[in-house]
Ligand binder design. Sequence first.
Ligand code: CU
Length: 443
Amino acid sequence: MGRFVLPPSTLITALFLALNMFSLVHAQQSGITRHYTFNIMLQNVTRLCHTKTMVTVNGRFPGPKIITREGDRVLIKVVNHISNNISIHWHGVRQLRSGWADGPAYVTQCPIQTGQSYVYNFTVVGQTGTLWWHAHISWLRSTVYGPIVVLPKLGVPYPFKKPYKEVPIIFGEWFNGDTEAVIRQALQTGGGPNVSDAYTINGFPGPLYNCSTRDTYKLKVKPGEIYMLRIINAALNDELFFSIANHTVKVVEADAVYVKPFDTDVILIAPGQTTNVLLETHSSYSNATFLMEARPYATGLGTFDNTTTAAILEYDHHPNSRYHIKQLPLLRPELPSLNDTAYATSFVSKFRSLNKPQVPVHVDNRFFFTIGLGTIPCPKNHTCQGPNGTKFAASVNNVSFALPTTALLQAHFFGKSDRVYASDFPINPLHWFNYTGTPPNNT
Ligand SMILES: [Cu+2]
């Protein structure tokens, strides 16, 4: 039996190659570190012919995009140059063992004070798709928000054909007035907050509002290509319907999880939610331009902004066309009515997992949580502007959350949880009633 002996130089090369492979695989698993700096600063912005000074990141509205890959570490230095306290939440990022980086002020951290900074440090694990970030104190999120793009690990393809282009589509709200004043007044009176003056797409209200034609987001496309729209609902409280005239989209991801693809003319997206959809453009140059519109789905008690925001989908102009692009007809999509629960229900029921879901099958404890917006009696010697002179109050199992003055996680860490953090939260509602019927009158 012969033995195969490698000459020493080959052995070293092989060893070197093996080490290299190891470090390559290791790098793919552990990812790289990405650095961002967010300067919280004031900026003048004009929409609907109203100019206001508002809080932004790096002077931009919407704010800058964070791009990362699954497995990467992200370091964001947030520097506060304004007079308000602030914190930033990385919406949807799972924060495994990095709770300090989650961002809700007074829950996981004290807010960043004027002139101070804080470095958020987290790793994106087991998530791919679109997420987003926003301010997480008071109502500063009305102007301080932006996308987080989580690409698959290097070398891992999408479970669908690679899109020609990827475009963030962020829904938001525009208030002519100061949003901090709006929420301050709502909390004082107990009534619903004043509604916004417009919804926005990528910061622009679009042509359906007065004094707004120039403030319209335009997506220019080529025929016969697939575009991935990374859609984010950054509106404060409203679920939104969204549709593009004469086009169908394919939903492929929701909240950074792949879903079994399905086609739809209209999507419904809740505030805070994200979804990726594929838009296949028509195969030839078009003799029309198309509006993309969003407006709310609402069935609650309170008042809401019932207006419609629009952006334009414009095809590259055919070089031989007889028409100027402005002469082309502008087509509008058909959206469900504002309270179309049947459509909302049928849309939501289309979501299926792409991969076999892995959920624990053994249940140790059963919790029953009711979540809702109710009312509480008006405090003595106050006048309240909620329904029948009450105050609006959101609750879980009849308990409303009151912000502590010490951050909860910090109190827990320093062993000072007493009266700040309690472990006796009810696992069943304290008062039972018909949760889907007419609510009881507790005034
Ligand atoms: Cu959020």
